[in-house]
Ligand binder design. Structure first.
Ligand SMILES: Cc1ncc(COP(=O)(O)O)c(C=O)c1O
Length: 448
């Protein structure tokens, strides 16, 4: 006798929800695991995989280690044995408020009470989805986009990301352009089809594009959200990793928000401080209602007291942070970015100019038989077989196939070796495409 679906459900070890979490196949996560199972080491494992797919930085590794070991950041204290304010200890909230005030030029005084601390921006995104949306609600983000957001808002909160697709244009300058009007149209068409749109998440600076947006665009995007009564979440984890000399970065905190209670900023130690392993992120928002929900959520998502103290110690050394760390980091980002672009261009790849972040977004279309997702994935697999992990654009929900994101903030020797491996694959591809073209020409001549 066949089982009823209820009986089958009763026999499941996991809940349906738990199974969904367990089965979630996030590309960036799977490939990070694949790369870490056989990590490259110039001496110990020279044939291992070089990870230029995960957005983490090694550019300031020595200096950070020295700074955190020199200070009393991790000295154990009796107070760490007790409960504390899980939404962030006062020492850290104050240090973050001071730090962001110095670097983000807030329009309104940034008070420590506007801050909630959580383990990384990932937790902040999950918590905001929980606080602001109900199951089945929509959050919009522009794509290509850091792909984990789709999972982060969905896994616990059951929120669905509806992409605002930016597309490839005639050239780099006209490709992947974000416009407020397109956001408005997208929100309205979703609403017209009966969907409940609750928020827009802007990745600023953008991951994977490395774009920095003009304040006029930010104003326009905020105005659209205000008119449509949806939340505006600005994920600014790369705010201080702008390495380009051009117009400076404007945090949403520095602008007059038309709907302050529905405006939220996320920042984290993972990128601007190259400390993804510390797991410290923050949400800044002025709404007492939202804060009271986030403080309750923080009971399940708290950063250990000793880590919060270490993070505060780091920020409170203002001389080191402002005069040494941040400018040195930016200079190293600029240098590594420039060198990487030069090498990619010599290989014949088309680079889209970035102004911030750890990555280069470039087109591999000159090396593809046709512009399809399958062909992009086949090329990505060939690169992986050559011992290099870089992430394909379709995994950032890019609807124009043939783009990839390469992280250049790896140690110098790995950068050289990784680019050498990439060049090998692209040269082979070029030769193969040439043969294909010649044989096609010969075929058509024969037919004539
Ligand atoms: C735009 C963006 N937001 C959030 C995150 C997650 O950061 P965290 O390590 O602080 O959770 C990342 C990580 O790559 C990111 O690129």
């Amino acid at each position: 006798m066949s089982k009823t679906s209820r009986e089958a459900e009763d026999e499941m070890l996991l809940s349906l929800r738990g199974k969904q979490t367990a089965d979630y196949k996030d590309f960036l996560f799977i490939y990070k695991q694949r790369a870490s199972a056989d990590p490259y080491d110039a001496v110990q494992n020279p044939h291992g995989i070089i990870n230029m797919g995960t957005a983490q930085s090694h550019l300031m590794a020595e200096e950070l280690t020295q700074q955190l070991s020199r200070s009393s950041a991790f000295a154990f204290s009796k107070k760490y044995q007790q409960y504390y304010d899980f939404s962030g200890i006062p020492e850290l909230k104050e240090a973050i408020a001071n730090f962001l005030t110095r670097h983000m030029n807030p329009h309104k005084q940034l008070l420590p009470e506007y801050i909630v601390v959580m383990p990384g921006a990932t937790s902040c995104i999950d918590a905001l989805a929980h606080a602001l949306c109900d199951r089945g609600d929509i959050i919009i983000t522009a794509t290509p986009s850091y792909g984990c957001i789709f999972r982060d808002v969905n896994d616990h909160a059951g929120v669905i990301v509806e992409p605002l697709n930016l597309v490839q244009g005639k050239d780099s300058k006209t490709s992947f352009i974000l416009e407020a009007e397109a956001l408005r149209t997208h929100i309205q068409s979703l609403k017209a089809s009966g969907r409940r749109v609750r928020a827009f998440i802007l990745l600023h600076p953008n991951n994977p594009l490395g774009d920095v947006y003009e304040p006029e665009l930010l104003h326009d995007l905020m105005a659209v959200c205000t008119r449509e009564k949806i939340h505006f979440i600005s994920d600014e984890v790369y705010a201080l990793s702008v390495f380009d000399e051009g117009p400076r970065f404007h945090s949403v905190l520095s602008l007059e928000a038309p709907d302050p209670e529905r405006t939220h900023v996320i920042w984290s130690f993972s990128k601007d401080f190259n400390l993804a392993g510390l797991r410290v992120g923050v949400i800044v928002n002025v709404s007492p209602q939202v804060t009271s929900c986030l403080r309750a959520v923080a009971e399940y998502k708290c950063v250990p007291h000793i880590i919060q103290h270490a993070a505060a110690t780091l920020l409170n050394d203002t001389e080191w942070c402002d005069k040494f760390y941040l400018p040195t980091n930016r200079a190293r980002l600029a240098k590594a970015y420039k060198e990487t672009c030069k090498r990619l261009e010599i290989m014949g790849a088309h680079v889209r100019k970035a102004r911030a972040g750890f990555f280069v977004w470039f087109s591999v279309q000159p090396f593809m038989k046709e512009n399809t997702e399958e062909e992009e994935m086949a090329l990505q697999e060939e690169i992986m077989d050559a011992g290099l992990y870089i992430a394909p654009g379709t995994k950032f929900y890019c609807i124009s196939p043939g783009w990839m994101r390469l992280v250049f903030t790896v140690p110098k020797q790995e950068l050289n070796e990784g680019l050498r491996r990439l060049e090998g694959v692209l040269r082979r591809r070029q030769a193969m495409l040439k043969i294909l073209k010649t044989s096609k020409c010969a075929e058509s001549l024969e037919k004539k």
